[in-house]
Design a protein around this ligand. Structure first.
Ligand SMILES: Cc1cc2nc3c(=O)[nH]c(=O)nc-3n(C[C@H](O)[C@H](O)[C@H](O)COP(=O)(O)OP(=O)(O)OC[C@H]3O[C@@H](n4cnc5c(N)ncnc54)[C@H](O)[C@@H]3O)c2cc1C
Length: 840
């Protein structure tokens, strides 16, 4: 029902866009008690002309991402609850053996995230389920019985009606947002074709138009409209007796990037295989101009020809039938982002301006619920960390970057994407001052937060010989991709001598002003009221006591703290601190101002001592402290902490002095056998041997500090976000325990040794899933080599009854099961458990 009355003068919040996302969000806000809500769309209802109106509307629940799987599962639950879900089953078919391996990986993800009933099936079984498939072109399939289609427009109508029944929502169709007023960095109102509304909260649920609407407020929603071609053919004789809208499982022809899904008497054939066809939001036709709707652009036949040939191979019975004609063909528009993930949360540029964009029908209601929770209580039940719109650095929001990555990612929609796979486009944007030195040393660069960062160095190949059979070589191509044994050699060089690490990608920001202590105390779990020169590693909690982040804070003065956090999540951390800064206290981004060189290993003190007159002895420079020291011509902020479990320092200098710092340490290090080492050591092998946790891997909003084995001995007196919940968690027995395991035997049925990469399910010895009392299945949070202990290390949360040292379990990897043993069930390292090295 649309309101015929005039727009209200003011509203508690305005939701812009009545597609699947806006409708879901408006409903969930109403459900959570929001009133005086307004939902606006420039098009007519119930189908205003956005992407939702022409979606194929199918849902495959299994994804390698936990976050996406959880959002999809919650959406399916909601669609089912309102009676708009039709279960059809779905099969992802493989034309190649490489794809069969990928389907085994999907099987692992299904088990890890608890999606039931999935199975790998033979071509004959595919034919049995979908008789019009030509089974000779396929080698197998992955069957998910829970696949289905939804009526997303009907869901939207029900959502609006329910919110209206609660007396919470007014809906205005044919009302276009033309401008957004911002005062003092905060939303003040919205101007539309039908009048203005004063409000301090606007949610942009505008799909492919989202960037244009955000720009009205001076904010950025970095996505691009992109074409996804789809045709509908029919009537199909095979479907003549079909009663409902779908009776046969949906087929995804993964190796050709296509799908075929029954639509009553017709068959929809969609493609992600054509060239990337990108648009700008400003160029999308208006509802009046568009022949069909603004997001159903004219079909470009030439882009579909190859795809049609591929589809003909798989579905000849239907598509070769002369009586079956093309009923409908569009260049449909959907949203693509630089990293393929949604854009959710409050924009970092403008307070009160929220984004809920780049969301698919399959995630829509789940996103609506999670966003409403976030807007209401500062967090959502499903962790949205990967989708947080605050994750981007300025350079990542550029049109060039968005389009380059979207174009590159488009054909990977059904692709086999290795977990470590790197982007090829738009590289070389952020270069550290060490870059030229690193290049000369044969660095293999991976990208982190748009920085080029060495993962290992070809020049270290000579170390392979030195460390000989202590280095594990990998036999299988999959695990050898994006990996080198040199990582393990660099690791051993660090443990035996010393290594230098480029940590420029750290996100660094200062909290300065009279309220600085209050700000860092409120956000950080650990005690921040410490002496000047103390470095504190701290979890950052959500209101419910789970992980929002983890990072280190240096106290540099009474009213001056420096926060150092991981590059990937740094911008979101900065926003969180800034959100808690009292008036008069500022949070200043120093990321592009300071570079960091890590120096660790038993010889690192000798190297540093040879460059400075300052006292760097254990007594003179204790662990967990920082201070400015002089290294030759440079004044360097040195911080004695370690993420690799070795004696050493993080050395900070202004960016332009980085090259000099590198040269000094490099030259001084030669006498001590220093090696350059990449992030393969820093992020994986070094940290895993010490069982150090990583945000986004072990630490997320699904687990508590207690479950992560990071309970501090005391809770500080000062208040902090999540304190109440944390106190409760301390008093109760944990529901899961973070453990470190090692693999006992890597031999697969083919005889080749296989090495897990992470996110695989951990199973009981009888092969059954391990599930804790909260329904969370056990899976590998991190995996990697432990060269010093000669074992492959896995971390996983286990139910308490399985979290026993020596407990024997299984890990499932690419369809086979391998024996593993629990080594530690707390934060004790599997290497140097007494921490003698860091405290040397
Ligand atoms: C051919 C095709 C098939 C697809 N099939 C599937 C599928 O099978 N499964 C799946 O999960 N996803 C599918 N998708 C993707 C899916 O359609 C979209 O991701 C989803 O519908 C986006 O929903 P939304 O609510 O964000 O955006 P939309 O549905 O586009 O809604 C945005 C709304 O914002 C309104 N708006 C924009 N600007 C303004 C303004 N200035 N003032 C007022 N209102 C404004 C628009 O009118 C529009 O109604 C498909 C996409 C295409 C193109």
């Amino acid at each position: 029902m649309t309101d015929s009355s005039a727009l209200p003068a003011s509203a508690r919040a305005v939701v812009v866009g009545a597609g699947i996302v806006g409708n879901s969000l408006a409903y969930h806000l109403a459900r959570l008690g929001w009133r005086d809500l307004v939902l606006i769309d420039k098009g007519p209802l119930p189908n205003p002309g956005g992407s939702t109106g022409h979606a194929s509307n199918f849902i495959f629940p299994v994804d390698h991402s936990k976050e996406m799987t959880q959002l999809t599962a919650d959406s399916v639950r909601q669609y089912k609850e309102w009676g708009v879900f039709t279960e059809s089953g779905g099969i992802e078919v493989a034309r190649t053996e490489e794809r069969m391996q990928e389907l085994q990986r999907r099987m692992s993800s299904a088990k890890a995230w608890g999606i039931e009933g999935c199975e790998i099936i033979t071509p004959a079984r595919v034919k049995e389920l979908v008789p019009f498939v030509e089974e000779s072109v396929i080698v197998g399939g992955f069957y998910t019985p829970g696949v289905g289609i939804v009526d997303s427009l009907r869901f939207g109508t029900i959502a609006r009606e329910k919110a209206q029944e609660l007396g919470a929502l007014q809906v205005f169709a044919n009302t276009e947002v033309l401008a957004i007023d911002v005062e003092g960095g905060r939303v003040a109102g919205i101007r539309t074709s039908k009048g203005d509304i004063a409000t301090d909260t606007i949610v942009v649920c505008c799909g492919v138009w989202a960037p244009k609407v955000a720009r009205m407020a001076g904010a950025s929603i970095p996505l691009t409209p992109a074409v996804h071609q789809m045709i509908d053919v029919g009537p199909v004789p095979h479907f003549k007796d079909t009663k409902g809208v779908i009776e046969f499982p949906i087929v995804r022809d993964m190796d050709t990037n296509m799908y075929e899904r029954q639509d009553g008497s017709g068959l929809e054939v969609g493609s992600y295989a054509h060239r990337a066809i990108l648009h700008d939001p400003e160029d999308i036709p208006s509802n009046e101009e568009a022949a069909l709707s603004p997001t159903e652009l004219p079909f470009t036949q030439e882009d579909f020809e190859k795809q049609m040939e591929d589809a003909l191979e798989l579905i000849p019975e239907v598509l070769n039938d002369e009586s079956v004609g093309i009923k409908y063909a569009i260049n449909g528009l959907l949203s693509l982002t630089p990293d393929g993930l949604p854009l959710l949360g409050e924009t970092p540029e403008v307070k009160g301006l929220w984004s809920a964009a780049a969301v698919w029908v399959k995630e829509g209601p789940g996103v609506g619920k999670a966003m409403a929770e976030w807007m209401t209580s500062g967090e959502s039940e499903i962790d949205l960390q990967s989708s947080d719109i605050a994750r981007f650095y300025e350079c990542q929001k550029s049109r060039t970057n968005v389009r380059a990555r979207a174009a590159e990612g488009f054909n990977k929609t059904y692709g086999i994407v290795h977990p470590a796979e790197q982007w090829e486009s738009n590289r070389g944007v952020r270069l550290s001052p060490f870059y030229e030195r690193e290049k000369a040393l044969g660095a293999v660069f991976y990208e982190a937060a748009a920085w080029e960062r060495p993962h290992w160095y070809a020049s270290n190949e000579k170390l392979l010989e030195e460390f000989g059979d202590r280095i594990n070589m990998r036999e299988a191509e999959w695990e050898s991709r994006w990996w080198s044994p040199i990582i393990n050699a660099e690791h051993l060089a660090m443990r035996e001598r010393a290594a230098m690490f480029d940590l420029t990608a750290f996100c660094i920001f200062d909290v300065i002003g009279p309220g600085a202590l209050e700000c860092v105390q409120t956000v950080s779990m650990r005690q921040m009221d410490v002496g000047h020169g103390k470095v504190v590693y701290t979890p950052v909690l959500s209101p419910s006591g789970t992980f929002k982040s983890d990072l280190t804070v240096m106290r540099l003065g009474d009213d001056h703290f420096r926060v150092v956090t991981g590059g990937a999540h740094g911008m979101a951390d900065l926003k969180w601190y800034a959100d808690h800064a009292p008036d008069g206290t500022t949070v200043i981004d120093l990321t592009s101002g300071w570079t960091t060189l890590g120096l660790w290993g038993p010889r690192s003190r000798d190297i540093l001592a040879s460059l400075t007159r300052d006292d760097v002895s254990h007594a003179g420079f204790p662990f967990g402290t920082c201070r400015t020291i002089e290294l030759d011509a440079l004044r360097v902020l040195a911080s004695r902490i370690s993420y690799v479990g070795e004696l050493g320092w993080e050395l900070y200098v202004p960016m332009e002095q980085g090259a000099k710092l590198w040269d000094l340490v490099w030259e001084a290090g030669q006498a001590h056998g220093v090696a350059p080492a990449g992030i393969g050591v820093y992020g994986t092998t070094g940290r895993l041997e010490k069982c150090y946790r990583a945000f986004g891997f072990e630490l997320d909003a699904d687990f508590t500090v207690v479950e992560a084995g990071m309970t501090p001995p005391k809770v500080k007196g000062a208040d902090f976000v999540g304190k109440e919940a944390h106190l409760r968690h301390r008093d109760a027995d944990p529901i899961a325990v973070l453990c470190t395991l090692t693999v006992d035997d890597h031999t697969s049925s083919s005889g080749a040794k296989r090495y897990m990469l992470g996110r695989e399910p951990i199973l009981a010895k009888n092969g059954s899933r391990l599930v804790d009392a909260h329904g969370r299945g056990s899976y590998v949070t991190s995996a990697g080599a432990g060269p010093s202990i000669g074992k492959h290390i896995l971390m996983a949360y286990l139910p308490p009854e399985n979290a026993n040292i020596g407990e024997e379990l299984l890990v499932e990897y690419l369809g086979e099961q391998y024996p593993v043993t629990v080594q530690t069930n707390d934060a004790t390292g599997v290497f140097d458990p007494e921490n003698t090295r860091v405290r040397a």
